[in-house]
Design a protein around this ligand. Structure first.
Ligand SMILES: Nc1nc2c(ncn2[C@@H]2O[C@H](COP(=O)(O)O)[C@@H](O)[C@H]2O)c(=O)[nH]1
Ligand SMILES: [Mg+2]
Length: 182
């Protein structure tokens, strides 16, 4: 059985993702020209977006990775708990930090993380997310760069998982409820 069989509908196609990432990369390259850019990927969800976005950015930049947890395996709703599992390797002082995220949902994760990163004396901290689910927002936070607004449905693919599966789908889709209602 293919994992594609578990997808109810495709929300964002591979082609749409490719075009949007190129657009975001061009805009970021323009906005951060002559600055000290570091792309900070929030693992694991942003891994695919990060790999594509960094190659769409045409100016010099460095990359770093952080593992932050707010969702447990097998769960489709936020616990409200935010933990740093793996911190950044590099120093952020004087850097222009661009957080690369998979999805801004309740906003709880980033509304906790942004102030923590700001305490490390960066020049700036901004957010780039491939997906935004504004109808679910609980924290007062908005992305600076956004790919697609999606409805209030649990999505997988392009790095986003359900129970560590479906991250390798090349598109973003809605999972059949029967998968998590099992
Ligand atoms: N696979 C999916 N993961 C999701 C979805 N909505 C949110 N998330 C994950 O949670 C974090 C935190 O989001 P928050 O804004 O509520 O704190 C997010 O980065 C994702 O990793 C979803 O629909 N599908
Ligand atoms: Mg995430």
């Amino acid at each position: 059985m293919s994992m594609h069989d578990d997808i109810l509908k495709v929300l964002v196609s591979e082609e749409e993702l490719k075009a949007k990432v190129a657009e975001l990369g061009a805009q970021i390259s323009k906005d951060y020209e002559g600055r000290n850019l570091v792309l900070v990927s929030i693992l694991k969800g942003s891994v695919v977006f990060m790999a594509d976005l960094m190659r769409a950015v045409s100016i010099p930049c460095s990359i770093d990775f952080m593992v932050v947890s707010s969702y447990g395996g097998g769960n489709t709703t936020s616990t409200g708990l935010v933990k740093i599992i793996k911190d950044l390797d590099g120093d952020l002082s004087g850097r222009d930090v661009l957080i690369v995220e998979d999805i801004l949902d309740t906003g709880i994760t980033l509304s906790n993380l942004v102030p923590m990163l700001k305490m490390r004396n960066p020049n700036s901290v901004k957010i780039c997310t491939i997906l935004d689910k504004p109808s679910r927002r609980k924290a007062d936070i908005a992305p600076d760069y956004e790919g697609f607004a999606v409805p209030d449905e649990f999505v997988v693919g392009y790095g986003l998982d359900y129970d560590e599966k479906y991250r390798n789908l090349p598109y973003i889709g809605v999972l059949k409820p029967s998968v998590y209602e099992k």
